[in-house]
Design a protein around this ligand. Structure first.
Ligand SMILES: NC(=O)c1ccc[n+]([C@@H]2O[C@H](COP(=O)([O-])OP(=O)(O)OC[C@H]3O[C@@H](n4cnc5c(N)ncnc54)[C@H](OP(=O)(O)O)[C@@H]3O)[C@@H](O)[C@H]2O)c1
Length: 279
């Protein structure tokens, strides 16, 4: 495993698992399976409505809480709720969160940020992250907030490697956690010839080559999967290294195109989107 060191000295594993769009049953099984395979970073969110299941998966795995780097996200409708962090902790069945994100840059994000800062001071949260925030708001948070954000979570993959954002992150020392690291499973991306050729060269799968490219690009990866074999493979990416030429060949498929672009109207609508019960 390789690690990204946060400015509070805590080491964040570079590879984990995400549980977006998994039902509670699937999430519980995926988290347990991942932890049993050696994965130690888990990414969930209030908005995934599977935090309780994630907590159950952690307990079932038998892995000690302090060995796990647990990541979740507050949803905009609870940014201003005083009990938002405590309710998140209760669902996860834990008394601290390693990294807590604001999930979306809705107008009330500053209130949400201060809510998390309070939780950091109370020892309930170890580090703060911002998900899907544009550069301008990231800069505002860095310049005006008492506790600095440490990680951004954004869409990133070989078709959209976040080249511009990474220049800014390099200046601030913030980490990048990549969502849709496998293009949400897009076969066009996964089956690109360059990955098939490199997979043959290294005796790995195409997905492993993509994930290794992320690690060597400095991205923390949280691939989603319900398949125990994929979950194990996605973690088994630390025993080989792509060459400079391999990395350049992969850079050649950058299309500068995202799978998902949120319009201002969509972001505003997140602020009123109530979540279903997390069971
Ligand atoms: N902050 C945000 O707004 C945001 C948005 C989206 C996602 N996320 C986070 O990012 C995580 C990853 O995103 P995602 O799950 O949507 O997309 P992804 O990780 O890019 O792709 C997941 C898809 O790839 C397939 N897959 C996984 N491992 C594979 C392997 N080794 N070989 C072949 N196929 C494989 C999975 O199918 P199988 O189940 O068959 O393996 C699934 O269909 C989420 O779970 C979530 O934690 C955050």
């Amino acid at each position: 495993m390789e690690y990204f060191t946060l400015n509070n000295g805590i080491k964040m594993p570079m590879a984990g698992i995400g549980v977006f769009m998994l039902t509670p049953e699937e999430a519980e099984r995926a988290v347990e399976s991942a932890l049993r395979s050696g994965v130690r970073l888990i990414d969930t969110a209030n908005g995934y409505m599977n935090e309780s299941a994630t907590g159950r998966g952690i307990k079932k795995s038998g892995v000690a809480r302090e060995e796990i780097f647990l990541v979740t996200k507050l949803w905009p409708t609870v940014y201003e709720k005083e009990t938002a962090v405590d309710e998140t902790l209760a669902r996860l069945g834990t008394d601290y969160i390693d990294l807590l994100f604001l999930h979306q840059p809705t107008d009330n994000w500053r209130e949400g940020y201060r809510n998390i800062e309070k939780a950091v001071k109370e020892g309930k949260v170890k580090a703060i992250g911002l998900s899907n925030f544009p550069e301008g708001l990231l800069k505002e948070a860095i310049e005006t907030m008492e506790i600095k954000p440490q990680v951004v979570q954004v869409e990133a993959h070989p078709y959209f490697p976040q080249t511009e954002l990474k220049k800014m992150l390099a200046e601030t020392g913030m980490g990048l956690m990549a969502w849709f690291p496998l293009g949400h499973g897009d076969k066009n991306l996964v089956n690109e010839l360059v990955f098939t050729e490199l997979a043959a060269k290294y005796g790995k799968t195409n997905a492993q080559i993509i994930l290794r490219w992320h690690i060597q690009s400095g991205h923390v990866v949280i691939p989603g999967s319900k398949n125990p074999d994929h979950i194990r493979d996605n973690y088994n990416i630390f025993d080989f290294e792509l060459t400079k030429e391999d990395m350049e060949a992969i850079a050649g498929i950058n299309k500068g195109v995202r799978y998902y672009t949120a319009t201002p109207e969509m972001i505003a609508s997140y602020g009123t989107m109530e979540l279903k019960e997390d069971i």
